[in-house]
Structure formats: C-alpha cells, structure tokens
Write a protein that binds this ligand. Structure first.
Ligand code: OOG
Ligand code: NI
Length: 457
C-alpha cells in the first residue's frame, strides 16, 4: 500500500539536521573548529565520569539552529515545512523587552521518543517592523520583503504532497531535504543596494540582516557540551573569539534550565547590486556558532525564582560586551543563586522543578492504606529523575543576539509582547512549555500510583 513507504518524520528531521550541519561546516570554517573543540571537551568529560549512557557522537550532535524571518506568510509556510520533519512550535518569546525587534518560537520535536531520535530544534524569529518608528523605512522594508520568495516552487510542492499523503516517501525525502536546505543557505549576493543596506543597518542591524538577503540564512548551529565552562575557556586557543559571558544560570551541582555561549559572528564578504549592473563589495556580520548545556525544567514557581535571582545579579552588574567584567559578573551570579536550592530532592519538594517518577524496589505487605507519593519516595518504592529543559530563555536569547549583532543592537524598545498576533501569523497556537512538562510529570505519577495500588490491593 501507499502508506508503507512513508519515511517517519523523525528520520527526515535527523537527515535534515545532518545535511544542515555539513553545509554549515563548509560555509563557516570556524564552526567546524568549534565542533572539534566540543568533541574534545566532551570526550575528556565523559572519560572522567562513569555514566556513559550515550555515544560521544550522539552527545556532541547539534541540538538547535536559528533563523530570522521577515513576513507573516514566511512564518506560516515555515510552520508547514517543519511539520513535515515532526517539529512543532513550542513557547513564545518576546525579545522586544531586551531591545531586539523580534518575537519568536522554537520548532521542535515534542515527545520523548522523537527527541531521542533527533533533538534538532530551530529557534525561529519574526522581524517586528511595527516596532520601528521610521514609517518610510518600515514601508520600504515591507515592500522588499513582500517581493521575495524564500521557498523554491519544488519545496512548496513537496510540502503540499506531504500534507496530502500524510508524509513523504523516498526519493521525495531526498528532494525535500535539498530543496529546503536552499532556504537556509548563505547568499553572498545581497538583494538590495549598499546604500539601502546601510540605512537599514543604522536603524537596527537585525533589520539589515533580514531585509537585505534572498532568504533566512541559518545564523548558527549549536552542539551540546558536557562542560560549557571548559569550552568557553578554550575557544581563544582555537583561534575563535567567545562572547563576553556564558548566558543563563551559574555552574551548579544540580544544573537548571539552559546555559549557552557562542563565538562572535564573523564579518563576511557580501556583494551589493548597485543599480547599474555592477556589484559593490561590502561585508555583513551575522553567522556564528554556539554551544549549550541543559538542566532541569523549572515550574512557574522555579522560573519566577530564577528570573528574580538573575535580575538581582544583573542589577548589580551588567556583563560588558568586551568581557572585561566577566569574573565579577559570574561572582554576582553565583552569589544571587545561593538562594536557589542545589539538591534534587530539595528542588522537587519545594515545587521548583519538574520530575518524572518511576517504580523503585518492590515493597510487600503491611500497607493497607493507600500510601502517598512522598511516603513511597521515602521508602524507595518510587524514584524520581529531573526532566531536561528542552526550550529557550528570552534574556539569554537576547544576549546571544546582541553579542552577534554588535553593540549597536543594544537599543531600548518598549516591551510589547503580542502572542496573539504571532499565533495568527503562524496559523496555529504555540504549545505552552510549562503545561507540557507538567503533563509529563503527572502522567508518570499516575502510572506509578496505578501500578502500586494494583499491588497493594
Ligand atoms: C537567535 C538567538 C537565540 C538561543 O539559543 O537562545 C538562540 C538568533 O540570533 O537569531 O538561538
Ligand atoms: Ni541558539
């Protein structure tokens, strides 16, 4: 039957992620150097610890990338493209508050099995021209963006086919991957003149990055590291310049949320069409490499504590773009985060993090009352494990954006989250990441309790 040759969306995503990685390493040699550094650090860290649960290649594999889109129609189509790869919009991030005129979501695999096959996610931002004051410039940008087509006709046809037939079969998968890859590719030739590029750049470098090109080039890829402090420290020895500080929480025994750092975007040659048929050489700074290290997903209560402590640290000291106060910043961060429990059971009992529960040793006899969860944990009948945070952090994301757009990017904009508008453009609601983690936790508790009650009765 027709359905039997359909390739699973998880396998399409894994193949796409590998193809994108190969393309990006060729396009950005410094990224290849970062990958090699991460592999070395991970090998050393793994050798020093005994819990080798995964192969080194899998651990060092890319976890995410990022793109910036120009129009609502591009975002809507991108949602359909990612759906073919089993990636769905999770979370809403408003970056206007942090001075970056975009709002974003992450397209990612949602269930555990899918994440295990390939965790690849794409942090996807939509430019917000509504936050730009200069109406003339806004209209000009809108007109340029409305005229471009970032997907090839073949890509669109394959997405429609996948939607109609419930997936893609080989060899359509190979065509789909190569057609979609075109959308993410770097274009050395800008689509507008140098004069227009410069005007956009002066208002905000992000506008120039989105509006001046034929498509939304992938601007970074991000492997996972087991020791982000080591990677940050070793970058200069490999000839790559790290951003000033690691974003996110400080180093801890019980890692929480997400820590990220990147190397600074490179200045790359670009050729601008100057009307009379000539190409004017210039440059653009957009593409970089990043690393990430993840910890437990926090509940709204845990997240509120995280946000408060981060703000507390940053009220005392703002990381300078040149890294000159990095040590003082880390110290302020560590001091503030002493108020965040650093023991898994503490974090769990105080309702700060999400955990999954599983059956431990079998306990027989005696218990005629239905025991409660805490009692079962104390006796070892139920065990718990932290749920890994698979999403992003707006303050960290803004820090990554800014260090890669240059100092000019640190402007102040009025905070104006607009999730409704974003979802209208997307053509779907984003999944609430907190609710998602809470559901995983609840299901695991229900599973344990059902199993134990059956035994007790
Ligand atoms: C995206 C920056 C956000 C992250 O890891 O937080 C991001 C961008 O620069 O387009 O990727
Ligand atoms: Ni990133």
């Amino acid at each position: 039957t027709r359905g039997s040759h359909i390739v699973s969306s998880d396998n399409i995503r894994a193949a796409f992620s590998a193809a994108m990685s190969a393309m990006y390493r060729t396009e950005v040699p410094a990224y290849g150097e970062l990958i090699s550094l991460v592999a070395d650090v991970n090998a050393r860290t793994l050798a020093a610890s005994l819990d080798e649960t995964d192969t080194l290649d899998r651990i060092s594999e890319e976890r995410h990338g990022a793109i910036r889109l120009g129009t609502e129609a591009e975002l809507a189509m991108m949602r359909r493209v990612f759906a073919v790869m089993g990636m769905f919009p999770v979370g809403y991030y408003d970056l206007s508050e942090a001075g970056v005129p975009v709002h974003s979501t992450a397209f990612r695999p949602v269930d555990d099995a899918a994440l295990k096959i390939s965790p690849f996610r794409v942090f996807t931002s939509l430019l917000r021209l509504d936050l730009i004051e200069d109406a003339g410039l806004r209209d000009e940008a809108e007109e340029i963006l409305a005229a471009r087509r970032i997907f090839s006709p073949a890509a669109v046809a394959l997405v429609e086919k996948a939607e109609f037939e419930g997936g893609l079969a080989e060899p359509d998968v190979a065509s789909f991957i190569s057609e979609i890859l075109k959308t993410f590719r770097w274009n050395e030739q800008a689509s507008i003149s140098h004069e227009r590029y410069s005007r956009f750049h002066r208002v905000h470098p992000l506008i120039a990055d989105v509006v001046s090109f034929k498509g939304p080039h992938i601007n970074h890829l991000t492997p996972r590291t087991l020791d982000i402090d080591a990677v940050q420290g070793l970058m200069p020895a490999r000839g790559i310049t790290p951003k000033a500080v690691i974003e996110g929480p400080p180093s801890r025994n019980c890692p929480i949320l997400l820590r990220q750092t990147s190397f600074k975007a490179l200045e790359e040659p670009v050729y601008f069409p100057d009307g009379d048929g000539t190409l004017r050489p210039g440059s653009h700074t957009a593409r970089f490499g990043e690393v990430e290290q993840r910890g437990v997903a926090l509940t709204p209560k845990g997240r509120a504590l995280y946000d408060r402590l981060l703000n507390e640290a940053r009220a005392n000291i703002r990381p300078a773009a040149d890294g000159s106060n990095a040590d003082d910043y880390y110290l302020a961060l560590e001091t503030a985060f002493q108020a965040f429990p650093d023991d898994w059971d503490d974090i769990r009992r105080r309702g700060l993090g999400y955990f999954t529960y599983r059956l431990g040793r079998v306990i027989d006899g005696g218990a005629h009352d239905k025991p409660d969860l805490e009692t079962l944990i104390e006796t070892g009948a139920i065990l718990f494990d932290p749920i890994v945070y698979e999403d992003f952090l707006p303050v960290s994301a803004a820090g990554i954006f800014q260090s890669n757009l240059g100092d000019a990017a640190a402007q102040s904009l009025a905070a104006s989250p607009n999730q409704k508008r974003f979802e209208q453009a997307l053509g779907a609601a984003v999944l609430d990441e907190f609710k998602h983690y809470a559901d995983i936790e609840k299901a695991s508790i229900a599973h344990c309790m059902a199993a134990l009650n059956a035994e007790v009765v």
